[in-house]
Design a protein around this ligand. Structure first.
Ligand code: PMP
Length: 397
């Protein structure tokens, strides 16, 4: 994949070379070496990550995390707005959670909280586990994941394929059940619990990468709305605080499931002293947006609200999430999951009544391939349809 930053850097380098031809002799050296630096591909190193170098040759898969493309919506957007999506499926393991996985593991390595060879454990609806499985495989840490047995089978299989152990908890015990199991296992075995819902390294990595990518992509252009959902709230807190500081005119829109509109309910989340949930949230009901809104308001999400980083709340109906995930695939060629469809539905709601020329950016958190066994694909047959049989029959005697 040729990354946009790379193309931009090549453009910058060519401009520098042209400039160099016009300049006097003294300036030539500096200009030429800057141009050569931009044009010469070289190995990244652990200390120079991909999101800074823009290179396409990497010393580890971990260098490919982040730097996801922002893509214009051409057919599904109303003509009077500019609607863009940031496609996190371009991360190496196909979701926004690859960022969190790398961020929390490297922060724990730096602080000494994670020792070489120590087992890592986390409670996850899947994408965090898949991202962690990649990071742990690449760095040589064993990984155990606790996951409710209601999440899609491909998620379990992917984690096991990447070498992780997956311990299933009953869906009836909800997200808090898988979290309690992870805490119990970490305490009993001395494993490192990544604590994705409270870990500041989660939000920090989004401030350092996701937010900077958005600033760069919209530099010198309007950005009126940034639209996201929340699971841990790492994306929300990490990106929104940078936008508030750097692009105060950008309105932060937060989407949540209509069946589990925890933030809109106004009901306070009970917490333990470490910020983790003390009980499930009373406004929660099961919803189809896997990865959004667990049955509690995570500390990072709560922080974003308390810090005044959110401007608008939207609730999204489950069927709309599925409908727009399918529409993105079939009318834009953008293959993403259910929460992506949900966030996109939220962005469209804003777009409908926004003034002409409004620019919006919606986060699309993961790939559609993660949902083959879920209701998203329920209407996709494995056998030939009547129409397909008719196509075949048109050449078969
Ligand atoms: N969508 C999906 C599919 C996810 O897996 C997640 C993370 N659980 C999110 C959205 C929300 O991301 P965050 O944890 O950064 O709030």
């Amino acid at each position: 994949m040729i990354r946009t930053r790379n193309r931009r850097r090549r453009g910058e380098a060519l401009l520098l070379l042209l400039e160099f031809q016009r300049l006097d002799h003294d300036a030539e050296g500096a200009c030429a070496s800057a141009a050569v630096k931009l044009l010469t591909p070289s190995l990244d190193s652990a200390s120079v990550p991909a999101w800074e170098t823009g290179m396409t040759k990497y010393s580890s898969i971990l260098g490919t995390v982040g730097h996801t493309p922002v893509v214009r919506i051409n057919r599904l957007a109303p003509a009077h707005v500019n609607l863009y999506v940031k496609i996190e499926a371009f991360n190496p393991l196909g979701s926004v959670k690859d960022r969190l996985a790398l961020g929390v593991i490297e922060a724990a390595e730096r602080s000494g909280a994670l020792k070489p060879g120590q087992t890592v454990i986390e409670a996850t609806s899947g994408n965090t586990g898949i991202g962690l499985a990649m990071v742990c495989a690449a760095k040589g840490y064993p990984l155990v994941v606790t996951m409710a047995d209601s999440f899609s089978v491909e998620r379990r299989k992917l984690m096991r394929f990447l070498g992780a152990k997956v311990v299933l908890t009953p869906a009836a015990l909800r997200a808090t059940g898988m979290l309690d199991m992870a805490i119990a296992l970490a305490e009993k075995n001395g494993w490192f619990l990544t604590r994705q819902f409270e870990n500041e390294a989660n939000a920090d990595f989004h401030s350092k990468t996701t937010a900077q990518e958005i600033l760069a992509d919209f530099a010198g252009e309007r950005l009126d709305y940034w639209v996201t959902g929340y699971g841990t709230g790492g994306t929300l807190k990490g990106v929104a605080r940078v936008l508030k500081a750097e692009r105060p005119e950008t309105r932060v829109v937060v989407c949540e499931p209509a069946d589990a509109a925890l933030l809109a309910s106004g009901e306070i989340q009970q917490r333990k002293p470490d910020g983790s949930p003390a009980a499930g949230h009373p406004a929660w009901k099961p919803h189809p947006m896997q990865g959004w809104t667990p049955d509690f308001i995570a500390k990072l999400t709560g922080d974003a609200v308390a810090l005044g980083l959110t401007d608008q709340l939207l609730s999204i109906a489950g069927p709309d999430a599925l409908r727009y995930s399918r529409a993105l695939a079939q009318q834009e060629g953008i293959f993403v999951g259910i929460t992506a469809g949900a966030t996109f539905a939220g962005a469209l709601k804003i777009a409908e009544t926004a003034p002409a020329g409004t620019t919006l950016l919606a986060m699309l958190p993961d790939t559609g391939e993660r949902y083959l066994s879920t209701p998203l694909f329920a209407d996709v047959p494995a056998e030939m349809t009547e129409e397909e049989q008719a196509i075949l029959a048109s050449v078969t005697p």
